[in-house]
Design a protein. Structure first.
Length: 80
């Protein structure tokens, strides 16, 4: 088992992740954004940036964080 899945399972056991989520799928979903610019450089270049540049990496990391936060906020809002 990969360390990422193992860490995710431990987090789930501690209550930091919903019990109805598959830890393998969660680990994959969080890993996918890390490899996307390498796997799909033509998409990453769409805003006319080099996916290997520090500027792109910084901007992309901020956007991934915002997306995850927005999805978490939407989930909380749906429960209210």
């Amino acid at each position: 088992m990969s360390k990422s899945v193992e860490n995710t399972r431990e987090r789930q056991t501690r209550g930091g992740l919903r019990s109805d989520l598959d830890v393998g799928a969660v680990a994959l979903v969080f890993f996918a954004p890390l490899i996307a610019p390498v796997a799909f450089p033509w998409l990453a270049r769409e805003p006319q940036q080099d996916p290997a540049s520090p500027e792109f990496i910084d901007q992309y990391a901020k956007q991934v964080s915002r997306i995850i936060s927005a999805l978490a906020e939407a989930t909380v809002a749906e429960k209210s």
